[in-house]
Structure formats: structure tokens, C-alpha cells
Ligand binder design. Structure first.
Ligand code: SF4
Length: 70
């Protein structure tokens, strides 16, 4: 699966954003090979009323990669 993600990144001609590290390979904005996001900026939010740990936060710019996670 990782190889097809890499190929998709190359085909999309994405460029990594050095300021946004991310290892979520299932997101179509992820570079996969380098654990970086390709967006210029992202939106981060929370699903908790009172967030206290990193797990309480979410990347709201996440978009499921086509063909992934079915
Ligand atoms: S949009 Fe969010 S989840 Fe997707 S690669 Fe960028 S930082 Fe990661």
C-alpha cells in the first residue's frame, strides 16, 4: 500500500511543507515518503470539550486518500 501512496504523490506533483510534519499516510495531502504535509496551511481543531492531551486534537484538513481505508 505504501508504494502506491508514493506513486500517487509523485503523480500529484506535491511539494512538502517543511513547517508541517505529519505521518498520516492515509491522508491525500500527506507526502508519505517524508512524513510531511503538502498543504500551505492546515486547520487543527478538537473533538473534546476540554482538550488536555495531543490525542484530543484533530487535523480538520484531513481528506481520505482515494482507494484507502475501505
Ligand atoms: S492535511 Fe492534516 S492529516 Fe493530512 S497530511 Fe496534512 S497535516 Fe497530515
Amino acid at each position: 500500500m505504501l508504494n502506491s501512496f508514493k506513486e500517487a504523490c509523485i503523480m500529484d506533483n506535491k511539494h512538502k511543507n517543511d513547517c508541517i510534519k505529519c505521518s498520516v499516510a492515509q491522508c491525500q495531502h500527506n507526502m508519505v515518503t517524508e512524513n510531511y504535509c503538502s498543504l500551505d496551511s492546515i486547520s487543527v481543531g478538537t473533538h473534546e470539550e476540554n482538550p488536555t492531551v495531543p490525542e484530543c486534537t484533530d487535523c480538520n484538513s484531513f481528506v481520505k486518500r482515494t482507494g484507502c481505508c475501505d
